[in-house]
Design a protein around this ligand. Structure first.
Ligand SMILES: [Zn+2]
Ligand SMILES: [Zn+2]
Length: 379
């Protein structure tokens, strides 16, 4: 069982006996108390429970873990989308789960909980997912098929949350209406029943597939067109692929958060591509004609000028990212390679070279002229 599945199935708040909005202090207090009671040294046979409590504390005491856990509990475990580099946590941009499902489940949670809007059109919620694209695909543009998890009625229990053959009791707190009426003077207010979450019925024997939630996530394929030059951090909107609207309202949209994976050779700045190319000292001095690839793998013949300094950037026009309206350039950064191992013959040749160097030129003159301190510090 993956961690997320385990999270989805275990109510750590219940394990610690705290509410879902408990503070860290409350969580720690509850944990300490339980840990003392259940410690295997004190209480033999409570190892399992002790482990459970420790696990719950481990998750709930870490704010980022807790946030993740809450999301998994709310939306279900993430599904991974195969081998093409996509990652698949679906996040719904909703704070209120009853909002999210109101369009999906007939009548939503609580028939009268949203009286004013019960029969008005509502746009479906937006859905967010993330996707990773290779550098080449982002550069050249690519149409991809994503698998996105959408909430739906559980296939096992048809959304009732009850195990097959089990009987559902009518909620005794709201008498099956799904809401509670509180007297607010002139106005009487309707609140969703907290005992049955507005369903009007109570599940006594929960469905083993959805753990009584009545919901499950089903993947759907969505085609997304990534334009040439797509970049990390971009949100690609796919209209109408969010959750369905209610009472004839339009669907929400799907937002795909894009991450572009780095390339082992190329980097990007806007529509321009950068490539660092090593050349030898000899080539730098005498000039050379070399072969380099563009990002599509096409060969480019590049002329290195004579006396080319290290770090010089040579521009190859039009070989960057091409979009409909414009095309970027390819910038080649020259890196003069310094030999790390030289043989005897090369060493002699180099010494000869150094001897014949124009001795009246001090290459460090500019730097050395700055030396003012009389006392020497050895480094
Ligand atoms: Zn079910
Ligand atoms: Zn109820």
């Amino acid at each position: 069982m993956t961690v997320e599945n385990e999270w989805f199935q275990t109510d750590y708040y219940k394990v610690l006996g705290v509410s879902e909005n408990a503070t860290l202090k409350e969580i720690t207090r509850a944990y300490r108390k339980l840990a003392k009671e259940l410690h295997p040294d004190v209480n033999k046979g409570s190892e399992e429970q002790f482990k459970k409590v420790s696990k719950a504390y481990d998750v709930l005491s870490d704010s980022s873990k807790r946030k993740e856990y809450d999301e998994v509990r709310k939306f279900g475990p993430a599904v991974s989308y195969g081998s093409n580099g996509s990652s698949g946590n679906v996040n719904f941009k909703v704070d209120d789960i009853s909002d999210m499902f109101s369009g999906l489940f007939k009548g939503g949670f609580g028939k009268n909980s949203k009286r004013t809007t019960a029969y008005s059109q509502r746009r479906g919620q937006d859905v967010e997912t993330s996707y990773k694209l290779s550098f080449e695909d982002a550069t050249n543009g690519k149409t991809e098929t994503l698998s996105v998890n959408y909430p739906a009625d559980c296939h096992e229990c048809n959304g009732t949350g009850a195990a097959k053959g089990s009987v559902q009791k009518v909620c005794d707190k709201c008498m099956g209406s799904g809401y509670l009426q509180t007297d607010g003077g002139l106005f009487s207010l309707n609140q969703i029943c907290d005992k049955c979450s507005g369903k009007g019925t109570i599940v006594t024997n929960p469905c083993p597939v959805c753990f009584g939630t009545g919901k499950e996530f089903k993947p759907q394929r969505v085609t997304v067109k990534f334009a040439p030059g797509s970049s990390s951090g971009q949100k690609v909107r796919i209209k109408g692929k969010g959750l369905p609207g209610s009472n004839g309202g339009p669907n929400g949209d799907l937002y795909v958060n894009l991450t572009v994976q780095p390339h082992k050779l190329f980097t990007r700045k806007g529509f321009d591509i950068y490539l660092t190319v090593p050349i030898t000292f000899y080539e730098a001095v005498n000039g050379a004609t070399i072969s380099i690839p563009d990002v599509a793998g096409k060969k480019i013949t590049l002329k290195i000028p004579q006396n080319c300094p290290n770090g010089r950037t040579l521009r190859v026009p039009g070989r960057g990212i091409a979009t409909k309206g414009q095309s970027g350039d390819l910038y080649v950064v020259v890196e003069v390679e310094v030999p790390t191992r030289v043989n005897e013959a090369q060493k002699q040749a180099l010494e000869e070279f150094e001897k014949n160097r124009n001795d009246d030129i001090n290459i460090r003159e500019k730097v050395e002229s700055y030396i003012k301190v009389t006392q020497e510090v050895k480094k």
